[in-house]
Design a protein around this ligand. Structure first.
Ligand code: GDP
Length: 310
């Protein structure tokens, strides 16, 4: 990408898209194109066609998606499948029709089989059944990977797919029901501290293991791969380190300074037991994360506090 190349960041107001946008700005890119969802509904085929025909971006980061935590994924199953298929179909197809030089499609570690060996290697895609709670989202993301590969095979498009692990960071969603575990727990521990509650409820058994990457590190990896990676199939982006949900809760509790107890709500689903990324492909290319979990949680907590200021 040249500093004046026209780059479209789809989803620039979300946690991932905004981190990519900031990274491109820091690197000196001056011709960034964005649209809010009210300006451009990416589910709308005609609107996306008109946008690409008018703007003709040269590079695309496809970070727009309908996302959410385990309960949101499991509750809005139709919306997660339909909306994500629409968004990616429209953006990827229009990128092909309008001669986009390179597109990056962002997926998720939930595309891997529920009981795949750990750590998850890229080649485990489609080797087993998916985790039930996020199957609709995963099916959409798998279709996106295959769409990028199909356009590469048939039309020689340089479309790449990257699979981030669980993410957190600036501009995250802190909704009590629909958020992912890390931001949800930041909110719960913060409110429990303010209210002087005796305990914080953690969903599930606390034993599932998860890996977490700070969104600014993800943006750094996306930029690195956009510059250095031009292959089909997928590439994992993560830290290669995980911890139990219980240990995550204890870490957040300590950072926020909550003095009470943890209670586990076994009526809520655990989801997949473990989804640790094998990041050797990424490490071999020369990229490694910088922000460790404790530091990242402190930064995210500060951002949360700034956002909730009256
Ligand atoms: P997942 O990685 O797709 O399973 O999505 P989540 O980030 O939503 O959940 C990860 C794990 O954290 C699951 O085992 C949840 O049951 C557990 N968890 C514990 N407390 C919470 C909470 O308050 N919100 C969410 N979303 N998950 C929680």
């Amino acid at each position: 990408m040249e500093r004046h190349s026209k780059i479209y960041v789809a989803g620039h107001r979300g946690m991932v898209g905004s981190a990519i946008y900031r990274k491109l700005q820091q690197e000196g890119y001056t011709n960034l194109v964005t649209r809010t969802s009210s300006e451009l509904d990416l589910k709308d085929q005609l609107a996306v066609t008109a946008f690409f025909t008018a703007e003709k971006p040269e590079y695309v980061f496809l970070a727009a998606a309908k996302v959410g935590g385990i309960i949101a994924n499991n509750t809005y199953r139709a919306d997660f499948l339909y909306e994500n298929l629409c968004i990616q179909n429209n953006v990827i197809h229009q990128s092909y029709l309008n001669g986009v030089k390179k597109l990056m499609f962002l997926g998720s570690s939930c595309i891997y089989p529920k009981l795949a060996p750990q750590p998850l290697k890229e080649e485990y895609l489609l080797t087993g059944l998916l985790e039930e709670t996020n199957e609709p989202y995963a099916i959409a993301k798998i279709a996106g990977i295959k769409l990028c590969d199909a356009y590469r095979a048939q039309y020689n498009c340089n479309f790449i797919s990257v699979m981030p692990t669980n993410l957190y960071g600036y501009n995250d969603n802190y909704h009590p029901q629909n958020a992912h575990v890390l931001p949800a727990l930041i909110r719960k521990f913060h409110e429990a501290k303010l209210n002087g509650s005796a305990a914080v409820i953690v969903w599930g058994s606390g034993s599932p293991m998860r890996e977490f990457l700070f969104a600014d590190d993800l943006a750094d990896a996306c930029y690195f791969l956009m510059e250095n990676y031009n292959e089909n199939n997928l590439i994992n982006i993560g830290t290669g380190e995980d911890l139990t949900i219980k240990d995550l809760a204890l870490m957040i509790k300590k950072i926020i300074g909550f003095k009470g107890e943890l209670t586990f709500d076994s009526s809520k689903p655990d989801g997949t037991p473990r989804k640790l990324m094998d990041v050797s492909k990424l490490h071999n290319l020369g990229w490694k994360h910088k922000v460790e979990l404790e530091e990242g949680i402190s930064l995210a907590y500060q951002d949360f506090l700034n956002k909730i200021k009256p």
